[in-house]
Design a binder for this molecule. Structure first.
Ligand code: ASP
Length: 348
């Protein structure tokens, strides 16, 4: 059922036909609504939990949020919620958005501190305010008002990783990593740990064919305080159209913000592309718009990664990354499994 387009022929013919092709007509295609949950590769447990909730008759949005709560609460996942890597000042700022397909409503929070499960706050923004996005101190006050407990999100493990980054940032400041008095190279930028990207996105179609999605993250590690990525922005890190499908994304948020790419994935599907084709087209869109020299390698390819996950109303699913190999998590009942997605380029 999942078809892997050959990149070259797809890019030559697929984009044109997908853009001009027939609108997705689920009823004409005779599709039933088989529940399906699609998530980023780190979402096996989240997808299984979401499917359980859907099987118990819960709304798809409640289901995907219950799924990602597992990762948000996990201190060992250093890219989402509690235990996430902090910003450059050592403060953990989390971002999330949710979209409820049947009512086309959404809620989001950005640069939120001290709350373990930003996806729940995003849902309350959707349900208990006339706004779609709250940020920073205002988002925290709103969360407090609704009874969310405040917690220090910085675990010791994340603090130590941040300290290592901070102490190795420059040889021109006075901070030094642990070293012996004989070490002449102490504090060299060469030993900087990798900047960390990581996020969970989770999308579901329930048995009624209603679609919802959530994306939640602590964002780019060691970011400038106040930096907001794509995850809490509708159309960038998540988009749901109940008539068509949903898309979510992980990776370099700035690329999604500048290309509205999750929205584009859903529009590509509306125009006839399969979820995998649509995700690949979104990757190509980013590559085509990536004109800044510092973000391109010698062959003009992006020096960063972005991945997309998508599901159609008919329950087809797919994923693609700029850099492969990529895989995403799927649950159609029972155990979750990883599925291979497509990619534009392969490392190594
Ligand atoms: N997209 C997230 C952001 O830019 C991070 C990630 O998915 O790796 O904040």
């Amino acid at each position: 059922m999942q078809r892997r387009p050959n990149r070259r022929t797809f890019l030559k013919t697929g984009i044109a036909s997908a853009l001009l092709g027939p609108r997705l007509d689920v009823k004409a295609a005779g599709a039933g609504f088989l529940p399906v949950v699609v998530s980023s590769g780190n979402g096996l447990a989240a997808a299984a939990r979401a499917m359980q909730e859907i099987e118990d008759g819960r709304d798809a949005l409640d289901a995907v949020i219950a799924g990602v709560n597992i990762v948000e609460n996990d201190p060992n996942d250093m890219s989402v919620g509690y235990g996430g890597l902090p910003n450059e000042d050592g403060g953990v700022e989390v971002d999330s958005c949710v979209m409820h397909g049947p009512t086309h409503r959404g809620g989001a929070v950005a640069a939120l501190r001290n709350i373990k499960t930003p996806s729940n706050v995003a849902q309350v923004v959707m349900e208990r305010s006339d706004h779609a996005l709250l940020v920073g101190e205002g988002a925290l006050r709103f969360a407090r008002m609704h009874g969310f407990p405040e917690v220090d999100l910085l675990t010791d493990r994340a603090r130590e990783a941040w300290l290592r980054w901070r102490e190795n940032l420059s040889t021109r400041d006075d901070r030094l990593p642990a070293h012996s008095p004989e070490d002449a190279d102490v504090g060299r930028a060469a030993s900087l740990p990798e900047r960390n990207h990581g996020t969970i996105s989770c999308l579901a179609v329930d048995g009624r064919g209603d679609i919802s999605g959530v994306t939640t993250t602590s964002g780019l590690s060691f970011k400038i305080p106040g930096r907001v990525g794509d995850s809490p922005i509708f159309g960038a890190g998540l988009y749901v159209d109940n008539e068509v499908g949903a898309a979510g994304s992980t990776g370099r948020g700035e690329a999604n913000l500048l290309n509205c790419t999750s929205f584009a994935v859903v529009e590509f599907m509306r125009n006839g592309a399969s979820p995998e084709e649509a995700c690949l087209m979104a990757c190509q869109r980013i590559v085509d718009h990536n004109k800044v020299a510092r973000l391109r390698d010698d062959e003009g390819r992006p020096r960063f990664g972005v991945s997309f996950y998508a599901v159609s109303k008919a329950g087809q699913h797919g994923g693609a990354s700029i850099w492969g190999p990529m895989r995403y998590a799927i649950n159609t009942g029972g155990e979750s499994a990883h599925h291979d997605g497509a990619h534009l380029y392969r490392r190594g």
